[in-house]
Design a protein around this ligand. Structure first.
Ligand code: NI
Length: 397
């Protein structure tokens, strides 16, 4: 079956895929709370006659098609939404105030179900098992790590894995990615600067944590500009600076939050060490103290296997044309797809173009107006199917 034919097949079920996507979109659920989403995934798999294991990692689903033996390939979708109030110009807007599929995981889940339907139609020709991973909690919850711990990559051992992510800066009809490190290692920063509050007219009786925290914010930027090799990449963004509540009261504490990123896990750890010592030393210089922690999960970088990217390009060239394959630079965003490849499975994470100026699909992921050109969904579905079929052809030799 050629990639072109697969795309025709995917377009044949496009309205079914879009309908599923809109159902997910209307009912967004945050990390590890994807109960309705998971139920709709399972119901759809039931309708398709595909068996699965669930729950895994709270709400995850592992569906398997094809024969027991032979080369095993995994395809992955994430299911969680974000705590954002939707303002997108669509008539299937989120029905849950303050929650939104603003990162397109509704599309990812619908496309993988589309692939499930097409693969089921060709199940007799599969050369080995195909595992479909519907995972929870990509957004900060490291759902992929939990899925790995619950052995989704084993018995049978997955030999290759692929994942797609909708990408607003790539025009619909194109895809992109790269060989090697594609996405960054990412973690969270939490700093509490403790001082001694008091009357704002008499600072001499206080240990004001506000200028201490301000100095810390500024100094952290010099870790990037003065300590990192200019040819290396890192980001520190302080995104919350919370202190006090009155015009004339110096607060006791300042609470800072932010993100730290690097293209390697070692680079991330090094930045974290320096953030800790800088914050503590600067706080001390201002007669304050600083508690520094890195809560949440430190995502490893997402590293693409050279051959899997090569195969992706061949499939895409066949389906949509070689001129529609974008060689991307690394991106400082993080992705927990990283855990699957970190567990030793060669894989490729692929950016699926959804940008379309005429339809207003120009907004970044993680913003309230984020909007998808849904004609991308058939392309993503077809890519998933061919990732599995072509990989099995190669691995079966
Ligand atoms: Ni995402």
């Amino acid at each position: 079956m050629s990639a072109r034919k697969t795309l025709d097949d995917a377009r044949g079920i496009e309205s079914w895929i879009i309908n599923l996507r809109r159902q997910f979109h209307r009912r967004p659920e945050l990390k590890y709370e994807e109960h309705e989403t998971s139920a709709l995934v399972r119901r759809t798999l039931d309708e398709l006659g595909i068996s699965y294991r669930a729950p895994i990692a709270e709400t995850g689903v592992l569906a398997t098609l094809g024969p027991k033996d032979g080369p095993c390939v995994a395809l992955r979708a994430d299911m969680d939404a974000l705590p954002i109030h939707e303002e997108a110009d669509v008539d299937f807007r989120s029905e849950t105030p303050g929650k939104m599929h603003a990162c397109g995981h509704d599309c990812h889940t619908a496309m993988l179900l589309g692939a499930a339907r097409l693969l089921k139609e060709h199940e007799s020709t599969l050369k080995g098992p195909v595992k479909l991973l519907f995972q929870p909690a990509e957004e900060g919850g490291a759902g992929a790590d939990r899925m790995c711990q619950e052995k989704v990559l084993d018995a049978p051992r997955v030999q290759r894995i692929f994942g797609l992510h909708v990408w607003p800066t790539i025009p619909v009809g194109s895809i992109g990615s790269r060989t090697g490190t594609f996405l960054a290692s990412a973690g969270e920063i939490d700093i509490v600067v403790h001082g001694l509050g008091g009357h704002a007219a008499m600072p001499q009786y206080t240990k004001d944590p506000v200028p201490a925290a301000a100095a810390i914010v500024t100094a952290l930027q010099t870790l990037i500009s003065r300590e990192l090799d200019p040819l290396d990449s890192g980001v520190i963004s302080i995104t919350c600076f919370n202190a006090g509540s009155a015009y004339n009261v110096i607060p006791n504490d300042v609470h800072l939050k932010g993100t730290v990123r690097s293209l390697t896990l070692a680079g991330l750890k090094q930045l974290q060490e320096r953030i800790t010592s800088c914050a503590q030393s600067i706080a001390a210089a201002y007669r304050c103290t600083a508690d520094v922690s890195f809560p949440g999960n430190d995502y490893p970088p997402t590293v693409n296997d050279a051959h899997c990217w090569e195969l992706t390009q061949q499939i895409a060239a066949n389906a949509i044309g070689a001129e529609r394959v974008v060689q991307m630079a690394p991106v400082m965003g993080g992705e927990d797809f990283a855990y699957y490849v970190e567990n030793g499975v060669p894989g490729c994470f692929v950016a699926l173009g959804i940008g379309n100026r005429e339809l207003g699909c120009v907004h970044s992921v993680h913003t309230p107006k984020f909007k998808v050109d849904e004609s991308a969904l058939a392309i993503g579905t077809a890519l998933h199917v061919d990732f599995a079929l072509r990989s099995q052809d190669e691995l079966a030799g």
